[in-house]
Write a protein that binds this ligand. Structure first.
Ligand code: CTP
Length: 400
């Protein structure tokens, strides 16, 4: 999963002690964490705890000249990829819902363009109070804001009901999920998937065992990551992923034509997961070929390479290719990436039984010019999610 810059806001509530564990989990997952505490939070936990856990100075005041000289509050608001406020008290929710900017945390929430997630924590009667609920409704209408929780259960004051902060492990999972979700926000993505069929005569064709599952899983994950997705698919027995536009093709020539049209219409990322037939019969017989002699030869000609054609365009999008290899996986894959001028290549070792071709599971190694990462063995869905997060990260860096 891509590492994020997370600004953790802590407000006044007994659940503040659990945020120490949240910082530990986020750091362990590789994220950078900076903590901002309200005055109320300082009554429950000390900044020193969070400084030690995050490895960064903790900010508590808007009007602190020394801290502002290090990283000003607007700079801090721009630094964050995600703001998480946990625990979010009733008072903080009220101030945020009404657009107040009377302390550092509310000011940062006003100044940031990053998504803001709130983990409410308060007594059940305060949560149920009509004024709190009115503020919650206002916050729910805000597209920048997500509400995570609260949970039901026993409360520190002895009451039972809604108002408990979600557990740190659950919050860490939600953060991981949301970073995956936004990885391709607003991007236009074109993906090829499945096999192609190259006709020999009206009833026969040359093809391969590709099921299209990996490409369909990538299309679905890219859609969930916020992309507009066009999936150019050879003949497969799979349903169109939700929200994805599928364009059906049969031959490699159709695939090139559809991919070119889709890229012409605007494309930020091109992922070629299709198993395109490298050769096609020189000609397709108009009538069914009748058997005659003991042997027959079929003249084949090279098919156009969709991926290489798209990558060679002067306006080439970020291109990701696939390589199915049985030996020397890394060497062949990197060589293919360089030859076809790709930004990334996803290699699978198809010699491993039960993985890859026509299977529900896969294990891949991804290469880019200055790095590599291994994903799996795992289901093709999980691999696709990790892959999309990784591509989103590299694409973000390529765009500067
Ligand atoms: N590809 C393509 N159009 C083709 C052939 C391949 O778009 N006509 C894409 C595939 O979708 C995949 C990558 O190119 O992303 C695979 O490259 P290719 O050279 O076909 O791989 P192999 O067939 O495995 O190559 P080799 O013959 O070198 O083993």
């Amino acid at each position: 999963m891509a590492a994020k810059r997370i600004l953790l806001g802590i407000t006044g509530g007994i659940a503040a002690y659990k945020s120490a564990e949240l910082v530990r989990l986020l750091k362990k997952a590789g994220h950078s964490v900076r903590v901002v505490m309200t005055r109320g939070a300082e009554a429950f936990v000390t900044p020193l705890t969070f400084q030690a856990l995050s490895g960064e100075p903790v900010r508590t005041s808007l009007l602190d000249p020394e801290a502002e000289a290090g990283m000003g509050h607007i700079e801090l608001a721009k630094w964050a990829d995600q703001i998480v406020v946990a625990p979010a008290s009733a008072d903080f929710l009220a101030r945020l819902a009404n657009g107040l900017a009377d302390d550092l945390l509310t000011t940062l929430c006003c100044a940031t363009e990053a998504p803001i997630a709130l983990a409410p924590a308060m007594n059940q009667a305060m949560w149920g109070n009509h004024r709190t609920q009115r503020n919650i409704r206002l916050l729910q209408e805000d597209p920048q804001i997500s509400l995570w929780g609260p949970d039901q259960g026993e409360q520190a004051c002895g009451d039972t009901g809604p108002g408990r902060m979600l557990e740190p492990l659950v919050l860490a999972e939600l953060i991981a999920e949301s970073s995956r979700q936004g990885a391709l926000m607003g991007k236009r993505v074109v993906i090829t998937a499945g096999p192609t069929r190259e006709p020999i005569d009206p009833v026969r064709y040359i093809s391969n065992h590709s099921s299209g599952k990996m490409g369909y899983a990538i299309a679905s994950a890219a859609r969930r990551a916020g992309a507009e997705v066009v999936l150019i698919s050879g003949p497969v027995a799979l349903a169109a992923p939700a929200g994805v536009e599928v364009r059906q093709v049969i031959t490699a020539a159709d695939m090139l034509q559809q991919a070119t049209a889709a890229v012409d219409a605007g494309c930020d990322l091109f992922v070629a997961s299709a198993a395109v037939a490298d050769y096609r019969p020189e000609s397709c017989e108009a009538d069914k070929i009748k058997k005659s002699s003991e042997q027959m030869a079929l003249a084949l000609v090279r098919n156009p390479d969709t991926l290489a054609t798209i990558a060679a365009r002067p306006d080439a999008p970020f291109t990701v290719g696939f390589a199915a290899e049985t030996t020397d996986v890394a060497r062949y894959a990197v060589d293919k990436m360089q030859r076809k001028k790709l930004n990334m290549i996803v290699a699978n070792d198809v010699s491993v039984p039960g993985l890859g071709f026509n299977s529900d599971n896969n294990a891949v190694t991804v290469f880019w010019p200055d790095g590599q990462a291994s994903i799996g063995p795992d289901s093709k869905q999980r691999i696709a999610e990790h892959l999309v997060a990784l591509i989103g990260d590299r694409l973000g860096q390529a765009a500067g």
